[in-house]
Design a protein around this ligand. Structure first.
Ligand SMILES: [Zn+2]
Length: 259
């Protein structure tokens, strides 16, 4: 709260913030955190931590100038509500921000991001269904026109699936990416001679198809497709070639969209 509040007032960095809870300064109890090597955090570590945070604050100031401080600003309209047309289910990977790679502005995309851009199957057990809740809100309340599952090359989550323990460990990542286990089996069956890199690439694409299949296990998704023509789309951002591919539902092949 404090960091954004100060930024919104255009305040200069204060000593309190410089040594605040975000960096290697004092924690809430006032005690010095234990950095694990001798009891004193290295100055370099502290500086780099603040530098990263201050880049964010400076970025927020530019954002505010662009979207708040002009006449009829974007947020003067958006403060009354949102009506995005598209839900994107993307990966948490820092290189594949859906708004950045589609040049979308505030209010245009409703976004869910998680490791490996996965959709779990519909189920009503007692788990914490964050992804399912976001899908429900987008489809039932916002009535989005499209759902895009956006995968990408060099996905660390899929690499964990392909090289990992398939949910047999205590790792949250391993258990989460096990949702896409059928994608791994399909990729292996279709490309038995593939090396690790190409197996990951095939699995990244097959995992998108698994998420699309899982999406359609949600009754309100099927209903929206049938009754109001909502589209469910698979897409793949190849961060090596810089191309965006779309899944051809009829052929099951990903084709370049950005030519
Ligand atoms: Zn990823």
């Amino acid at each position: 709260m404090g960091i954004l509040y100060e930024a919104s007032l255009g305040a200069q960095p204060t000593q309190q913030f410089k040594r605040g809870a975000f960096g290697a300064g004092r924690n809430r109890s006032g005690a010095r955190p234990n950095p694990g090597h001798g009891g004193i955090a290295p100055l370099e570590e502290e500086f780099m931590s603040q530098k990263a945070l201050w880049r964010l604050v400076a970025g927020f100031r530019r954002f505010r100038e662009k979207y708040f401080e002009v006449e009829n600003s974007t947020y003067s309209r958006l403060s009354n509500g949102q009506s995005p047309k598209t839900l994107i289910i993307g990966c948490s990977d820092s290189r594949v921000d859906p708004a950045i790679i589609t040049s979308s502005g505030p209010g245009e995309l409703f976004v869910v991001r998680n490791v490996a851009n996965l959709v779990p199957p519909f189920e009503t057990g007692g788990g914490h269904h964050g992804v399912s809740a976001a899908i429900e809100f987008a489809v039932v309340n916002l009535k989005v026109e499209n759902i895009i599952v956006l995968g990408h090359r060099q996905c660390g989550g899929i690499r964990a699936l392909v090289s990992g323990l398939h949910g047999e460990s205590d790792s949250f990542v391993d258990r989460w990416v096990a949702i896409a286990r059928p994608a791994h089996f399909r990729a292996l069956a279709a490309h038995p001679e593939a090396d690790m890199e190409s197996l990951c690439m095939h699995c990244e694409r097959e995992a998108i198809k698994i998420s699309l299949e899982n999406l359609r296990t949600f009754p309100f998704v099927r209903k929206a497709e049938q009754e109001r023509g909502m589209q469910v789309i698979g897409a793949y951002f190849d961060i090596e070639s810089g191309h965006l591919l779309g899944l051809n539902d009829a052929t099951g092949v990903f084709e370049t969209l950005d030519v």
